[in-house]
Write a protein that binds this ligand. Structure first.
Ligand SMILES: [Zn+2]
Ligand SMILES: [Zn+2]
Length: 270
């Protein structure tokens, strides 16, 4: 079921405009609140477009910046605007010579969110004693200016003739550590990406090697058993290369712990 985030965002935007029209300083905070809701709703709508590829537990994430950062990890094009044209290929695989415009989408991007979402939030709180003591008061003109800027951005987003355009070039694997499905949207020509398993946190590098399917390589480091007479080696995930990681060598049975080591320098510092 698709939820009505997009129309909710449009309604919040309309209400924000109304609050601004009143010209009353005291109503600015309501405009800011509605704009925050609009930014959230439009981002959640984008998230809906990827629901087949994301673990349901991620639906609980509410911070729009985190949501979009997550989507960008899955698809580097998740916050890019696009123009879609359609044509028939004369030769399969060769782009059509005659392309007809189909539609255009402007997407709310991570830069927009970083610039405005938290700033709006700070205006929704009572100025602290610390701020007042320092003589920092709310600059209503600046808040109004910011609200107007966000309205312009959202108006452009809503003027899109098509929306939630996602071109899927999905590459998937089952995590080598926990078996969970990991998907990545990797367009032909995409630079190498890092993929993370959202269940266990291990990482992979994914890159095109010339063939049709990108190659997944686990991000691991080879560890040689530190026991003198044991030549055993094993692969440790990069995310585990940190203090207090423990393991047992399968050959000599010794337990090890990864830690920082202090070394006495007998000579001068290098
Ligand atoms: Zn995993
Ligand atoms: Zn060993």
């Amino acid at each position: 079921m698709r939820h009505t985030f997009r129309s909710n965002a449009e309604k919040a935007l309309t209400r924000a405009k109304k609050e601004l029209e009143s010209q009353e300083e005291e109503r600015l905070k309501y405009a800011a609140l509605e704009l925050r809701l609009a930014l959230e709703a439009i981002t959640y709508d984008r998230l809906q477009g990827y629901r087949e590829e994301i673990p349901p537990r991620f639906y609980e994430t509410w911070q729009p910046k985190r949501v979009l950062q997550f989507l960008l990890q899955l698809d580097p094009y998740a916050d890019r605007s696009s123009i879609v044209s359609i044509g028939t290929e004369d030769t399969p695989g060769v782009p059509a010579a005659d392309l007809k415009p189909y539609g255009e989408e402007t997407v709310l991007n991570l830069k927009n969110l970083k610039e405005h979402y938290d700033a709006l939030g700070s205006f929704l709180h009572m100025p602290t004693l610390g701020k007042l003591e320092k003589g920092v008061y709310t600059n209503y003109q600046a808040v109004r200016g910011r609200c107007e800027e966000i309205i312009n951005i959202l108006d452009t987003v809503f003027r899109s003739s098509i929306w939630n355009v996602v071109f899927r070039y999905l590459t998937k694997i089952n995590c080598l550590k926990c078996g969970a499905l990991i998907a990545k949207n990797m367009h032909p020509g995409s630079p190498p990406l890092e993929a993370e398993c959202f269940e266990c946190g291990v990482t992979y590098s994914v890159k095109h090697m010339g063939g049709e399917t990108p190659q997944w390589k686990p991000k691991q480091k080879e560890i040689v058993c530190p026991e003198k007479d044991c030549n055993s080696t094993f692969w440790m995930w990069e995310k585990d290369l940190k203090r207090r990681t423990c393991w047992t060598c399968v050959d000599c049975g010794n337990n090890f712990i990864l830690d920082l080591r202090l070394i006495i320098l007998r000579d001068s510092l290098p």
